[in-house]
Design a protein. Structure first.
Length: 133
């Protein structure tokens, strides 16, 4: 119970620290769903459990959650600006990128060929495509 309250407070603090103008509040209402997804992301993917025995550990976990939320917020912003949400969800993007593999051949590491979707993701985030071969 306390864990959910602390996570909600952290999410709300991050959300309102972005200094959203009143004209963008309608977009903000649509993004509430994103905040709920981020909350679920913290609980599941980040496995953030706030049952700790010391204040320092609690602060450490909240700091890591804040950094993770900041990264997810940036990823959401880029995906929205570049129109990646029309093609995939954030989860699908992470799954697509997790399929990047390197293979060792004669002691030399080679990156397997990059798919079209992976190239789109790299270009959306202005990351040069990794060298293949």
């Amino acid at each position: 119970m306390i864990e959910n309250i602390i996570i909600s407070i952290a999410i709300i603090a991050l959300y309102f620290s972005l200094a959203i103008p009143q004209t963008d509040m309608i977009d903000g209402l649509e993004e509430r769903d994103t905040i709920d997804r981020v909350s679920n992301l913290i609980k599941t993917c980040l496995a953030l459990r706030l049952r700790v025995h010391g204040d320092q550990r609690m602060r450490n976990k909240l700091f890591v959650a804040f950094i993770a939320l900041t990264l997810v917020s940036y990823i959401h912003k880029v995906m929205k600006e570049k129109g990646l949400y029309r093609k995939m969800t954030m989860e699908k993007m992470f799954i697509t990128l997790s399929k990047l593999k390197k293979v060792a051949i004669n002691g030399r590491y080679i990156l397997r060929p990059i798919t079209k979707e992976q190239k789109e993701i790299f270009s959306a985030f202005s990351i040069p495509c990794p060298f293949v071969g």
